[in-house]
Design a protein around this ligand. Structure first.
Ligand code: ZN
Ligand code: ZN
Length: 197
């Protein structure tokens, strides 16, 4: 048979591969759908969509791509809401490794978001010293208010106030602290920071 009858393959060095294009388009589509479900509190339905997004992104972009990290972080947030902390930690750690390795300053804040998510995982496990340590990695410039509905949640903050009880969680002010108290009070233990090595 003539070689001419073979289909022409994409040359990845010249054209972006099909997988790459699919990863960007399909990956962000799946991510948007999943985020919408999360906004409605439908975390069980969001989980498989985040996993599908991760699959196409890993195939098309790679396991260490910053766009793949976005889905690792989002799946981690989903597992926090589902109380599946071990799985949350695995995906958040993957996201953190990529985001912290990035040299783009735009990724600093996303790294801080992932550190705050990991802080919540450790907090929910009752490991407040570890939560504190993780949250303070970006101190003093790259920390976040821990109240996840804070208007300034994705803004780098300085001079955050720490919880006077456990000294393991940080807020932009008393307003955010009191709004997060309903969630945090289950985990807040006085002087937990003294357990830190
Ligand atoms: Zn705040
Ligand atoms: Zn506290």
């Amino acid at each position: 048979m003539s070689k001419k009858s073979k289909p022409v393959r994409f040359d990845a060095t010249v054209n972006p591969s099909v997988d790459h294009t699919l990863a960007i388009a399909e990956g962000s589509h799946l991510n948007n759908l999943a985020q919408r479900l999360m906004g409605l509190g439908r975390y069980e339905e969001a989980e498989p969509l985040h996993k599908q997004a991760i699959e196409v992104k890993e195939r098309g972009l790679g396991k260490d791509h910053i766009t793949t990290a976005l889905s690792y972080n989002a799946l981690g947030e989903t597992y926090i809401e589902l109380g599946r902390l071990d799985e949350a930690e695995i995906f958040l750690q993957k996201a953190l490794d990529i985001r912290q390795a990035s040299t783009r300053s735009i990724d600093d804040i996303d790294a801080a978001v992932t550190r705050e998510n990991l802080g919540v995982v450790y907090e929910m496990r009752g490991d407040l010293p570890r939560a504190r340590q993780m949250r303070r990695v970006g101190a003093p410039d790259n920390m976040l208010c821990a109240y996840n509905k804070c208007e300034l949640y994705k803004v780098k903050r300085r001079n955050l106030l720490q919880c006077g009880g456990c000294k393991s969680i940080y807020y932009c002010g008393a307003g955010c602290q009191s709004k997060d108290w309903k969630r945090h009070k289950k985990y807040c233990k006085r002087d937990a920071s003294k357990q830190a090595a």
